[in-house]
Ligand binder design. Structure first.
Ligand SMILES: [Zn+2]
Length: 255
């Protein structure tokens, strides 16, 4: 069975069709889905969903793209929520230099607070690194051997990839854009050992071919896995088993 480690289920396009989307996922062989939060409001929505749907699990945190208006005092509330049922990770955190560079120092500070919480609570972190891989590596360097981490929707240089996967507890994952004709990062997929990969969709974004242009959903993770199996020249069933084994290491809370 397949795990989608990253799907943003609080968007209306998913919430309005959630039963159908969960059915589609189950029919595609997906049995567990992790939903990362972006702020306290989405933390609440997610906890409601995870209590209602068996296959859903929560990661709680403040997304770097959403923290401009978030006050540091909100971490107290976040920390109390970490004790709720089915919380299996912290995130999504990290750095985003693509949308707004005006509050980079705040992003770094918040990223460090998430990492500290991860150490304290023994939870893995889900890391967003859009246009910010080098700084993300610099910050996580201080946490090698202390936290488990997923560098989600990875895109960076091969050197950066090497640095990340040289840490035993750091993993990367690729989204549906690796199936696009013009995707420039296939070399990264080639260079990543399947033992260091996780499966994800980043729903509702980045739907893989042949669903490009539609809203992404966990069922489509199979198309990204198909592409990885081709690039890595590994049988799909073997790849799925390996990806599950990796998820057991990073997110033991879902098992
Ligand atoms: Zn995300």
């Amino acid at each position: 069975m397949i795990i989608d480690t990253h799907a943003h289920f609080y968007f209306p396009e998913i919430l309005d069709n959630i039963d159908e989307i969960i059915d589609n996922a189950a029919n595609a062989g997906v049995d567990k889905i992790i939903i990362p939060a972006v702020d306290l409001r989405t933390c609440d929505v997610i906890l409601e969903l995870t209590s209602k749907y068996e296959m859903l699990y929560a990661a709680l945190g403040f997304h770097p793209g959403d923290i401009k208006e978030i006050n540091e005092s909100e971490f107290h509330k976040l920390e109390t929520l970490l004790k709720e049922n089915k919380v299996v990770g912290i995130g999504e955190t990290g750095l985003d230099y693509y949308w707004d560079k005006t509050y980079i120092e705040k992003q770094k500070e918040f990223f460090r607070i998430h990492l500290e919480l991860a150490v304290k609570h023994g939870l893995p972190v889900i890391i967003h690194t859009r246009d910010s891989v080098a700084d993300s590596i610099e910050i996580t360097d201080g946490y090698r051997g202390k936290v488990r981490a997923q560098f989600h929707c990875f895109s960076g240089t091969e050197d950066e990839l090497e640095k990340i996967i040289s840490c035993e507890a750091f993993f990367v994952s690729f989204c549906g854009n690796i199936t696009y004709k013009k995707f420039a990062g296939l070399g990264l997929v080639e260079k990543t050992p399947v033992e260091k990969m996780l499966s994800e969709t980043d729903s509702p974004f980045l739907a893989p071919m042949p669903h490009r242009g539609k809203k992404n959903q966990p069922a489509y993770v199979v198309d990204t896995i198909k592409k990885i199996s081709k690039v890595k020249n590994i049988e799909e069933t073997k790849l799925i088993a390996q990806l599950r084994k990796n998820a057991e290491i990073v997110f033991p809370g879902i098992f």
